[in-house]
Design a protein. Structure first.
Length: 200
């Protein structure tokens, strides 16, 4: 009978210990926030709709309670919380394979549409691109979406998503996505262009 390699048991054990240490570290951080945070902070975290956004918000306050050596850490934590809320507002995210199944095309075709800028996909830290579910309807992709995305110049996808979902006072609180879905692509394009003019 073959003898098992002596390292076959140590690798899983090391991984288990690392995961346990990670969990204990996270619990320690959350415990510290729970004990030191002011009640308005606790209320704001509890008001978060999703668990991930609640955790991101809690970690933001943890950074503020104990300022780290990295001066940008607090900003990064706030950015992560804002992106999580944006993703919830977008109705969640779809992988390229899910979008391909939804539209009845290949993954290559979806990647090509992302590259051309006719589909909106946001990059994740792991390098994967995810597609906001809000841009899809029962009949596919609204015709005006490509025009809206093309109206931006050198704008990152996260900003495009934010502008797409933001309420517009000029249009009685409707978002650019609302306008696109009702067939008023020209008004949605105007929102994108005004955003660019504001930055300029």
């Amino acid at each position: 009978m073959a003898t098992a390699h002596p390292e076959t048991k140590t690798v899983p054990d090391a991984e288990a210990h690392m995961r346990q240490a990670f969990e204990e570290r996270m619990r320690s951080i959350i415990h510290d926030v729970a004990q030191r945070a002011e009640l308005p902070v606790i209320a704001s975290v509890l008001a978060e709709a999703g668990s991930i956004s609640a955790l991101a918000s809690a970690l933001t306050h943890a950074v503020e309670l104990a300022p780290p050596r990295d001066p940008l850490a607090a900003a990064r934590a706030r950015g992560a919380a804002a992106r999580e809320r944006l993703l919830e507002k977008a109705g969640g995210m779809l992988r390229v394979s899910e979008v391909a199944d939804l539209l009845g095309v290949t993954r290559t075709a979806i990647n090509a549409r992302r590259t051309r800028g006719t589909l909106l996909a946001v990059p994740l830290p792991n390098g994967e691109h995810m597609y906001p579910a809000c841009q899809f309807t029962d009949s596919g992709v609204p015709a005006g979406l490509a025009r809206f995305l093309a109206a931006f110049r050198d704008t990152d996808p996260w900003t495009q998503l934010s502008v797409l979902l933001a309420s517009s006072q000029r249009h009685e609180g409707q978002s650019a996505l609302d306008l696109i879905k009702r067939g008023d692509a020209e008004a949605a394009v105007g929102i994108a262009r005004r955003h660019g003019e504001h930055l300029g």
